[in-house]
Design a binder for this molecule. Sequence first.
Ligand code: NAP
Length: 254
Amino acid sequence: MNVAVINGASSGIGRELCLLLQDRIPAIQEFWFFSRNKSALDELSHLFFRKVKIFPYDLTKKESLSQYKETLRKENPKILFLVNAAGFGKLGEACSLSSEAQLNMIDLNIKALTAFTLYSLPYMRRKSRIIQFASAAAFLPQREFSVYAATKAYVYSFSLSLREELKQKEIGVTTVCPGPVDTAFFSVAGNESKLKAIKSFFMANPKKVAKTALVDSVLDRPLSIYGFPMKVFYVLSQIIPDEFLLLLLRKLYR
Ligand SMILES: NC(=O)c1ccc[n+]([C@@H]2O[C@H](COP(=O)([O-])OP(=O)(O)OC[C@H]3O[C@@H](n4cnc5c(N)ncnc54)[C@H](OP(=O)(O)O)[C@@H]3O)[C@@H](O)[C@H]2O)c1
């Protein structure tokens, strides 16, 4: 059975990717959707005319990751696409945010993404694709987004090196690095008004970000960076030392 596994399927960019995969990739026979929100996954599954399995799991929990591993063992699927979109950020200084929330960020953005990737790999074949959600926050350490930006720097580094390791097997890994995208992400991040005011100028549409990510994945590109401003930010982050860029951004946002 050719399967697409998508976590973060209940909303935002992950949900858009689910719909695009159904429209554009006829070889997928079954979809596996993961998120905590069962009713959102049920609602999504009603839009599908192919087989869907839903897994209403909290992926910060160790048992959820073990259950995924066990499901793979029992079902022995052929995974054509793995989309690791589940993730969240919390805005605020590291010393004032709850430590629990920040450790949860690491559990989801790093540990669950790594577990899904490692557990899925034995079930992937030549031409299978992995789409990893990092962020433009991976390009530069970010004040008031310290842990979030660090988790995304991990995703960026892990995914680009894994891509090199998987070249011979012809399994493609694409790291998606969006700037601000108009999803529930900002209400989860907190301090919505501040974030939106700062970033609304760059705010992207989740459908467009998802479409660009899928095209980049099918074409086996290493990075998917949506929009001109974020491409410029990426190039600057590659040539200007972090401390100067941080200083520049601090002045810009004041
Ligand atoms: N929006 C942006 O500006 C932006 C920019 C750069 C990168 N990104 C990254 O893009 C990815 C998708 O974000 P989005 O913008 O689409 O945000 P979103 O709409 O808030 O979606 C986040 C997804 O993660 C799932 N999730 C959150 N906590 C979970 C948990 N404990 N267990 C299982 N699933 C969980 C959510 O499902 P439930 O709540 O139903 O569990 C939801 O499906 C994330 O990795 C995010 O870091 C977003």
